[in-house]
Design a protein around this ligand. Structure first.
Ligand code: MG
Ligand code: ZN
Length: 353
């Protein structure tokens, strides 16, 4: 009786769902980006930061299964597989068993996926999005995971981990059109054509070294390509060198990386605003550097409060909660204080068929 009464409601919910387009998801990870790093564009940028338009704000707890302070591998695995694991683990749990990631799960629903980073494409953060390895240093295995994965678009560094005697065959046999020189727009793609840009042997150059607009441009090209798919897409974009600059306690480097990341978040926001069917999540895997935008002097004199003296407390990671901001349909699901694993489950809820 109860089941019979429920049936019409279930059927109508189902038919409503079928008319909706799958929700696109863009995740921007500022590796090592705490709230002080996120604050940089407010004091060092030339315009109002795009972050203010996101509207939905949360904080994320980042510890790993084994350590109060996570590394990027366990952080990535938590966000993209929903499992806390040991530091250094890529897409595997504490028993080193494979846990399915967002790329694997959503590709079964017809989603296309993409990954863009300023590090090696085999780096811990992107790796947890598509691959599995008991240790993040297994770059050659991770490279193989990428080639065999459902990732349709990738851009970053790490060419050294793909070089082999097979040469280009490793790519062409997997239907990947590979570019080694520069970014370029994808014109017409065959239905199952994949695209890869590997523009550095290891990490991409830093902003002070002249990386230019690689990150926002690669994001634009990825969005142009992925949004052709009627069945949805998921794109991960990593500002990897926010972490590297923070490890180096190098303010100029960090400021340049954060302004580049803000520019990239603007690309994602503008796309989502126009598209209306895309959620954008900006967050971090952990904080790096114990960074703060401190006052100059040691006393509370007003002149000391006139200028910021960026200060680092450590050259390593920290355990502080990291910021999360979200925009678009379903963005309100990311409000509050979340465990890093909840990011995965909320994305699954939003994209479930
Ligand atoms: Mg990273
Ligand atoms: Zn780090």
């Amino acid at each position: 009786m109860g089941i019979l009464l429920l049936l019409p409601a279930l059927l109508s919910a189902q038919s409503r769902r079928e008319k909706e387009k799958p929700l696109n998801v863009i995740i921007l990870i500022g590796d090592g980006m705490g709230t002080s790093q996120l604050s940089i564009p407010y004091y060092y940028g030339k315009r109002e930061p795009v972050f203010g338009y996101f509207g939905n704000v949360g904080l994320v707890e980042t510890s790993s299964a084994t350590h109060k302070i996570t590394d990027s591998a366990a952080g990535s695995t938590a966000m993209f597989t929903g499992r806390k694991t040991y530091n250094n683990a890529i897409g595997v749990d504490t028993d080193t068993l494979i846990r399915y990631n967002l790329t694997e799960i959503l590709s079964k629903q017809g989603y296309k996926s993409g990954v863009v980073t300023t590090a090696s494409i085999t780096g811990a953060t992107p790796a947890g999005f598509y691959g599995h390895a008991s240790d993040r240093r297994m770059h050659y295995d991770i490279a193989e995971w990428l080639l065999e994965s459902e990732v349709d678009f990738f851009a970053g560094g790490g060419l050294q981990f793909f070089l082999s005697e097979e040469g280009d065959d490793r790519f062409t046999s997997r239907n990947i059109e590979l570019e080694l020189e520069r970014l370029k727009k994808i014109r017409r793609a065959e239905p199952d054509q994949r695209f890869g840009f590997l523009l550095a042997m290891d990490g991409m150059p830093s902003m002070p070294e002249g990386r230019g607009d690689f990150l926002p441009e690669a994001t634009k090209i990825a969005l142009d390509f992925l949004s052709e798919n009627e069945e949805g897409f998921i794109l991960l974009v990593e500002g990897a060198q926010i972490d590297w600059a923070s490890h180096a306690n190098d303010t100029d480097y960090l400021v340049a990386e954060m302004l580049d990341f803000e520019e990239t978040a603007r690309v994602a926001y503008n796309f989502a605003k126009k598209d209306g069917n895309t959620v954008v999540i900006v967050t971090a895997d952990h904080e790096t550097g114990g960074f703060s935008l401190a006052a100059s002097g040691k006393e509370r004199y007003s002149e000391d409060y006139a200028t910021i003296t960026p200060t680092f407390g450590t050259t390593t990671h920290s355990a502080t909660l990291v910021p999360l901001i979200a925009y678009g349909p379903g963005a309100e699901k990311f409000r509050g204080i979340l465990r890093n694993t909840e990011i995965f489950f909320r994305i699954i809820e939003l994209t479930a068929e």
